[in-house]
Design a protein around this ligand. Sequence first.
Ligand SMILES: *[C@@H]1O[C@H](CO)[C@@H](O)[C@H](O)[C@H]1NC(C)=O
Ligand SMILES: *[C@@H]1O[C@H](CO)[C@@H](O)[C@H](O)[C@H]1NC(C)=O
Ligand SMILES: *[C@@H]1O[C@H](CO)[C@@H](O)[C@H](O)[C@H]1NC(C)=O
Length: 430
Amino acid sequence: MKGVAVVFGLTGLMMMMIVCSCSKLHPIILVPGSGGNQLEARLTEAYKPSSLVCNSWFPIPKGGGGWFRLWFDPSVLIAPFTKCFADRMTLYYDLHKDDYFNCPGVQTRVPHFGSTRSLLYLDPKLKHITSYMADLVDSLEQEGYKEGETLFGAPYDFRYGLAAAGHPSSTGSKFLEDLKGLIEMASKSNGGSPVIILSHSLGGLFVLQLLNRNPLSWRHKYIKHFISLSAPWGGTIQEMLTFASGYSLGVPLVDPRLVREEQRSSESNLWLLPSPKLFHPNRSLVITEKRNYSAHDIPQFLEDIGFPQGVHPYRTRILPLVNNLTAPEVPLTCIVGSGIKTPETLFYVDREFDEQPEVLFGDGDGTVNLISLLAVELEWNGIAAKQPLKVIRIPRVSHTSILKDSVAIAEIVGEISTINSQVEVLRSVV
Ligand SMILES: *[C@@H]1O[C@H](CO)[C@@H](O)[C@H](O)[C@H]1NC(C)=O
Ligand SMILES: *[C@@H]1O[C@H](CO)[C@@H](O)[C@H](O)[C@H]1NC(C)=O
Ligand SMILES: *[C@@H]1O[C@H](CO)[C@@H](O)[C@H](O)[C@H]1NC(C)=O
């Protein structure tokens, strides 16, 4: 009888192990960065095109109800169409309503919320050049993750941001509500297992806000771990270049001045300006003949580059938001690239803001300065008991190659396996 009991015991143990290894995966929710998912648009009667070309031109094919893919479509790279694209992407700030809206006549929507579909490739017909999270998702699937069961995506309209308490931000707040619902659904459909949130870039700022805007009890119930890739916690100096001179989307064919107005109009771009909390007032980020600008001079900078409309929303809605990096009190792993030359000082000494500046580079991931990638390490130094934080630095990996590079993907997947193998009991003991 004893022998049988041992056999039963072993069988029971083995069965438990099997059950564990199948159900051990905490569901993952992917939150992309700016420009990291598709956006669709349609035009109504109220649409006022800036040129005749834009009146009749659409990326083809237009689907049901007149919806077409606004981001990303390769025609954006061809000059007359770049302008149409920029017009349709432009937001405006309504002073009376204190909120951001699409231009009149342009309706937009985010396809496939809940799924990874719109994050894999920005244009499914041009997989090779527009691949975004496809490689990462492949690797997660090899670990046993399944789309719609344990793996979910939270695309959003990345032109919009969030605002400090007391200011409406209808589009960004709606996204946070949807994301919250998705987290709860993913957890419930996985037997109550708390989720791992895996964000890239701007997505990390949204997730931090989501966490801090929900009670600690909610966070502990639903969030196992937050992994942020390349999060610009304190903004980027490159964003000042974007506001001053326009940024060519990294595509040499695009004239940055054609997209500058649109880029200035984006609420999330204001959010990504370098934070005065992080960049000391004695640090000149933009140098001109007349004066220099630190992160503390951004309102004056916006005036001087010819974008005074940005000053009020920046001061009232954005500044209090970026000055507040409250710890979410859920375990956080920041995975960042470094050792890539990243804009650090912009020289407009012998030129206007319309022209591209001379750039002095420093350390970072090519887009985000290292000091910003590591800002939470500094900020939450000394509260380790309350805020578990791990930082993984990957040399020579850029802001977006972190989603493709094999070493980076191995680090991300390794971190997820570690989290999945943690015994649940530890959580309540710690
Ligand atoms: C900072 O954010 C936290 C969480 O959202 C909030 O509770 C706190 O009141 C904010 N602090 C300030 C000074 O706005
Ligand atoms: C700027 O201020 C920081 C912090 O007070 C200080 O460590 C640094 O030496 C200053 N740099 C210059 C150039 O004054
Ligand atoms: C701006 O900064 C440069 C370089 O640090 C310095 O040489 C120059 O004197 C500064 N200009 C003004 C107006 O402060």
